[in-house]
Design a binder for this molecule. Structure first.
Ligand code: NAP
Length: 333
């Protein structure tokens, strides 16, 4: 069997990391790239040894040799790009957040289900060896019942109001960009959705959230987190149980290290270097599930993605964030 052929839409910043991870993927290749700017697409293709560069997303989606498409454009365009892939029967690995709100996510998931096409949110941290270890520690019961998750994701960003991070027209804001990790990894640890949410934040001059603090109440446990565009925070993720705690070390979304400490003084350190840059794990997982004929991941299920999107909808609604474009949403008006 030949190599699994990926197509890539949106060769910008994070697409570089996706392409570089193929160094650890013997059974796959980056076959084609599509950019609205052919020069950018060709330069990207040349740099990463990719055979084809298209100047239209449609052409890439139509390419019969492409086995699956990775979509890495700003959040606002995730919905339309993924919809086009699914309509054409192409499996999709879609950058986080899946969409700008739960309504769009629900629409895409229903479409993928109807058409029998694989769709997965590229929440890559869930696939890292360190997080698999954390999950196994939690399941083993060694830290007892979980009572508190405590995490932060913050660093100062350049003040470019046209950049997708600050631009409301591109669905900017810290929650959808960075806080999505705090929320999704909380959901990953808790395996459930919060019963209620308390939150506050700062909406900046461009109208997007630049700081968000929230408490997700899961009943017997809570997850408290802050994400912000203004200051470096510790950027770790700590899981406190009745018998001990686990710290996923900075940066918790992009790490090889975690530490377990019990109340009796037992300590265990985990460290496993990435095979390439960490993106390879989610790619391997997606390929395996696609080849097995699955429509969704069992590590980040459609239900998991919906749970995260609903939490983010509620927080954005509380902060009064209004997107400046038409979406399918109703919950964030
Ligand atoms: N997993 C991670 O660690 C990670 C990290 C960063 C970002 N992300 C996610 O990846 C996605 C892309 O982020 P990025 O920082 O890589 O984006 P980016 O570099 O700003 O843009 C990526 C591509 O999106 C298209 N694009 C950019 N601005 C556009 C605009 N105004 N109108 C239409 N298309 C536009 C361009 O595609 P063309 O070349 O076709 O014009 C560009 O090459 C986001 O959803 C983000 O959440 C994930």
């Amino acid at each position: 069997m030949g190599k699994f052929k990926w197509g890539l839409i949106g060769p910008g910043r994070i697409a570089q990391r996706f392409a570089e991870s193929f160094a650890a993927l013997e059974s796959a290749e980056l076959h084609a790239v599509a950019s609205s700017n052919l020069k950018r697409g060709k330069a990207f293709a040349a740099k990463h040894g990719c055979r084809k560069a298209y100047d239209s997303y449609e052409e890439l989606i139509k390419d019969p040799e492409v086995d699956a498409v990775y979509i890495a454009n700003p959040h606002r365009f995730h919905f339309a790009s993924a919809e086009a892939c699914i309509e054409a029967g192409k499996p999709v690995l879609l950058e986080k957040p899946l969409t700008v709100n739960a309504n769009e996510a629900s629409f895409l998931i229903e479409l993928a289900n109807d058409k029998g096409v694989f769709l997965m949110e590229a929440l890559w941290s869930r696939f890292l060896p360190v997080w698999l270890k954390v999950k196994s520690w939690v399941y083993s019961g060694i830290i007892g019942d979980i009572v508190l998750l405590d995490s932060r994701f913050g660093f100062p960003i350049p003040r470019d109001e046209t950049d997708r991070l600050l631009n409301p027209v591109l669905a900017g804001g810290v929650l959808l960009d960075m806080g999505v990790y705090n929320v999704s990894m909380s959901q990953y640890v808790m395996d459930s959705d919060p019963e209620h949410i308390v939150c506050d934040g700062l909406v900046g001059s461009t109208g997007v959230d630049e700081r968000v603090s929230a408490i997700l109440n899961y009943g017997d446990a809570v997850s408290q987190f802050t994400c912000n565009f203004q200051a470096f925070t510790k950027n770790n993720f700590v899981i406190y149980g009745k018998l001990g705690h686990i710290e996923v070390e900075p940066y918790f979304w992009d790490t090889t290290k975690a530490k377990l400490v019990t109340n009796t003084g037992y300590q265990e350190d985990f460290e496993e270097p990435f095979l390439a840059n960490g993106f390879e794990y989610q790619i391997m997982h997606a390929m395996q599930r696609i080849l097995a004929g699955k429509l969704e991941s069992d590590v980040i299920t459609w239900n998991d993605t919906m749970g995260t999107q609903k939490v983010m909808d509620e927080i954005l609604q509380t902060l009064g964030i209004r997107f400046q474009f038409d979406t399918l949403h109703t919950s964030v008006a």
